[in-house]
Ligand binder design. Sequence first.
Ligand code: PMP
Length: 394
Amino acid sequence: MQNREIYLDNSATTRICSAALAAYVEASEAHWGNPSSRHSRGKDAEDLISGVRADLRAALGDTGNGTVVFTAGGTEANNLAVFGRALSKPRFARGGKILTTAGEHSSIAQPLAALRDKGFRVVEIPTRGGALDMEVLRAEMTPDVILVTMMLVNNETGALYDLAAVSRVMRAQSRDAVLHTDATQAFLKVPFTVKSLGADMVTVSSHKIEGPKGVGALWVSPELIRTRGLVAHALGGGQEGGLRSGTENVPGIAAFGAAVRRGRADFQAESAHLRELREYLTEQVRNTPALSEVILNLPPVAAPHIVSMTMPDIKSETMLHFLSGRGIYVSSGSACSSHDTHLSGAMLAFGLSDRAADCTIRVSFGNRNTREDVDLFLAALSDGVGSLIRVKGR
Ligand code: PMP
């Protein structure tokens, strides 16, 4: 048995990289001013975060003049995008329609549920088999749509959705609509730019890319700012162009910037490495007799770092604890939703039965993983499949 940890839960969070950690310490010690202060110490902190705004714009391929609103993570950026858009015009509240995907992260699904209670109409476009149903999308893209919010990569299945196609349908059929994408799992994993997606708002989160936790951003198009199509969700001192009050997390933002620069520099090599691990894992699962019952839930187009698999009759919680006992960390559903006992909406939308969804684990790779990690994981998984108690009945 190996005596080191094998961390295969990089979609839940990643370990901070040394560049980000160094930037955090440096900013805390040397740039500790309040960016809103008018003296030079404030200006120094303001300059630091302005630099990170530029880094983020570059990483998102924004060659224009988009706005980067720093937030306390992906969840807050998603809340700002959804509530901020829906509440931006009083007329939207009179039955405005919002399109989304079936199986969004809870930080989109819950705000949408709250808006539904306020009278907004929310329509989920099916994602069976990990593909967006473009026919339903075209039929639902009516002139009363005010917001389309769709994740770029699903955090549980790894499905990569064709948002450029979504945006084309939206521009042709819904004049009032804007496109928001939760790119938390896609950022620096798959190539995209705000332009290639045709997006008006993009959510990113620092801790998924080896930055610190509790930092994220919402990118907003110049057009949306100009037309006042987004209103603040957190009110107060008016920081972040009035869109997110609260003193900025300067060291966190500095560290996020370092993680973004590292991620950009390593992008090609890292995504090739992740893809190779994913291919190796799926191939080995298919070729290992002890794993013949394991079903791979593979979307037609996928991000390089996520693999979902179902072990019929073995609950994911049981497998997760077995693997954890051997120092191997995977997840059942997404870490953010595993506090409750609900089955994963994303897996049900993919087409799994309740039973299968309850027996599904997610492996998500990071930069530091190796083929040997995959081998050790597969050996442990085979042992688990051979020895764990099965749930009875169908
Ligand atoms: N969206 C997706 C797709 C995610 O995977 C996550 C993190 N699990 C979030 C949003 C939330 O991001 P944060 O943890 O930064 O709030």
